[in-house]
Ligand binder design. Structure first.
Ligand code: PLP
Length: 282
């Protein structure tokens, strides 16, 4: 198949899948999601992503009506149906189908499970990426991977209109993360990344990067950093399961970073090796 969608057990090409209007995803964005890339039909870090969607669901009182093993089997089955060596694997759990009403005590029988798999392209790991900065106008549930993404959608649109690849959010001076990735800086050989609080999503790639730094003896500081610190950092990069690690060389039209390729390359190459070890070369 060219792509595939899943909704509560139904499977069809994405364009043919119909879902009930009363699914609370439609009215409230009332649900959580996760996503990863698959290379050679092997989804990267799938167990980590499945663990995270269960954590996200629990934080908004959704009891996923499927075991982790069943979810894994369902996703692997979908991935096996789609042609292509690099795929995007997306799935979400919403509170289910029920008459519109904000509170969810009577929100319908059971949560809905949605998924799709489609071909994707890897970003160039050796590229030089451009970003804009924007005030972070999101709420305080950024640690939950909710499908409520309007501020991220608006920010990504602004970045695209500016000819850029990502929007970096800050709350006042403090850099939080990007519209759909985490952002990290390297200064004097030390990797600095925002702590996992309610202002950022605990990225799976971020966690792998921290493990790589530990293994390679690169010191890590999980502390907030400012926009000024970022602009003056030796290297700046964003990370996500589909973008992997992307070196940022321009922010708001100003050239930045590019002063410690060695440390950045050590992290990037180790992550590429992990991907190859898990999924094979593409
Ligand atoms: N932060 C946000 C807001 C995201 O949407 C994402 C990914 O979608 C990330 C960070 C990176 O997370 P991961 O590395 O798990 O893909």
């Amino acid at each position: 198949m060219k792509d595939v969608a899943y909704y509560n057990g139904k499977i069809a090409p994405i364009a043919e899948m119909m879902v009930p209007m009363n699914d609370r995803a439609c009215y409230f964005g009332d649900g959580v999601y996760d996503a990863t890339c698959a290379v050679n039909h092997v989804p990267m870090a799938l167990d980590d992503h499945i663990d995270r969607i269960y954590r996200s669901a629990k934080l908004i009182d959704i009891d996923i009506p499927m075991s982790k093993e069943e979810m894994k089997r369902m996703l692997l089955d979908l991935v096996s149906r789609v042609e292509g060596d690099v795929l995007f694997v997306y799935w979400q759990v919403t509170r289910g189908v029920g008459m519109r009403g904000h509170a969810y005590s009577n929100a319908g029988d059971k949560p809905s499970i949605w998924a799709f798999v489609r071909p994707n392209k890897m970003r160039d790991p050796y590229g030089a990426y451009r970003c804009i900065t924007l005030e972070d106008k999101r709420f305080f549930y950024c640690n939950i991977k909710t499908i409520n993404l309007l501020p991220a959608v608006m920010a990504n649109q602004r970045a695209e209109e500016a000819g850029c690849d990502e929007a970096i959010f800050h709350r006042g001076d403090r850099v939080t993360e990007c519209s759909h990735s985490n952002v990290h800086i390297i200064k004097n050989g030390v990797l600095k990344t925002a702590p996992c609080d309610e202002l950022i999503l605990p990225g799976i790639t971020r966690a792998h990067i921290l493990a790589i730094c530990k293994a390679q003896g690169i010191p890590v500081v999980e502390e907030p950093f400012t926009v000024k610190e970022m602009m003056e950092a030796d290297e700046i990069f964003f990370s996500s399961s589909s973008a992997l690690t992307c070196r940022i060389r321009n922010i708001d039209g100003q050239d930045v970073g590019g002063k410690d390729e060695k440390t950045f390359a050590a992290i990037r190459d180790a992550y590429q090796r992990e991907l190859e070890a898990e999924c094979g070369r593409h």
